[in-house]
Design a protein around this ligand. Structure first.
Ligand code: ATP
Ligand code: MG
Length: 333
């Protein structure tokens, strides 16, 4: 990949966390169980995980909205507890800008926010126009925000996060594309890439494997409050062998016998996917090992692994019920 975002700007670490833990409730339930993170400047980093994995909790700690029970974190060089106000000046958090007034136009909203950061009337007008242009909202600038599509609304939120001057260098986007249609999602990805290309550091959370794969230079797979794996999409894919051998089995018994080794389960079609390096030698050895008598496998096919497979492989041992829930979990990607 020659995409500059994936390569990263320079190697300076902008977001770093060590051993973050957090528990909620009585009796205490541990929601984060020792999170370590390092995100380089000018890069996009994805925290990928299912519902309840701890993504929002991690973002809230880094954005100074919640304190960890233990561990430390620095954002833009500032400690999130000791230097909270410096951190807040350095970051933008989407979702925070419920301040957008739906009855006003995009332009009016941005101008007003720029005025609130102390800019003159002329400077505010200039800044608003610049941001509307940058986020492709110029044509809609004079329409009330309530008429905006979901994607336009999220782009306005991003613009709102940049209105101050100087611009924040760190963006936390908590599930920025959840609920967006494919086109709006693409547009938002473009906006995020643009931020990183200008040197901003972006930490986003997502439940969409494809989104992490397409957008983020590095991905941390969060599962039950722990980082199950971290690296580039390619690193993560290589952890499960690079390829997946899909076997269509001849019986329910054969299916159940093998299910524990599989990273892909499709009980309706009696199909299981087993990780492999894709070489003829390994595929042949696997087929011989699994089905020495040649009676249990009806057909097979070989695929390159997707992040879906990685995700399932690295999280499925966490629960015995996962084998039944994973086909749905992968269906919405
Ligand atoms: N303020 C709170 N009080 C009690 N429990 C909480 C609180 N905030 C989060 N939790 C619990 O912590 C766990 C992790 O929540 P978190 O919101 O961080 O997950 P998430 O990965 O963002 O999930 P989602 O994909 O649903 O947004 C969940 O079980 C949640 O119910
Ligand atoms: Mg969340």
């Amino acid at each position: 990949m020659t995409d500059p975002i994936r390569q990263g700007g320079d190697s300076a670490v902008t977001i770093e966390a060590y051993g973050l833990t957090k528990s909620y409730g009585k009796p205490a339930v541990r929601v984060l169980d020792g999170i370590d993170l390092q995100v380089g400047r000018g890069t996009v980093f994805a925290l990928l995980g299912p519902n309840g994995a701890g993504k929002t909790t991690t973002v809230r700690i880094l954005a100074t909205l919640t304190e960890a029970d233990s561990g430390t974190a620095r954002v833009a060089g500032y400690d999130v507890v000791a230097d909270r106000s410096s951190v807040r000046r350095s970051i933008s958090l989407t979702g925070q800008f419920a301040a957008v007034d739906e009855t006003q136009t995009g332009e009016e909203n941005l101008r007003m926010m720029a005025r609130l950061t102390g800019q003159s009337r002329a400077a505010a007008r200039h800044r608003a126009a610049e941001l509307l242009e940058r986020f492709d909202l110029t044509a809609a600038a004079r329409r009330p925000v309530r008429t905006y599509s979901g994607g336009m609304r999220r782009r306005l939120d991003l613009a709102a996060g940049l209105v101050g001057s100087p611009e924040p260098g760190v963006f936390f986007l908590d599930e920025p594309t959840t609920g967006l249609d494919p086109r709006s999602r693409q547009e938002l990805w473009e906006a995020v890439r643009e931020l990183a290309a200008r040197g901003a550091t972006v930490l986003l959370t997502t439940q969409y494997l494809e989104e992490a794969d397409r957008l983020a230079g590095r991905i941390a797979l969060l599962n039950r409050g722990r980082i199950a794996a971290e690296g580039t999409a390619a690193d993560l894919k290589s952890r499960v062998g690079g390829h997946r051998l899909d076997l269509v089995l001849t019986s329910q018994e054969a299916y159940l016998k093998l299910a524990g080794r599989a990273v892909h389960h499709s009980p309706e079609t009696l199909t299981l996917g087993i990780p492999t390096d894709g070489s003829a030698a390994q595929v042949r050895a696997l087929l011989d090992e699994i089905d020495p008598a040649g009676r249990e496998i009806e057909r097979f096919s070989l695929h390159s692994v997707t992040l879906d497979d990685v995700f399932l492989a690295l999280t499925s041992n966490a629960s015995t019920t996962d084998a039944t829930t994973t086909p749905e979990a992968s269906a919405h990607v």
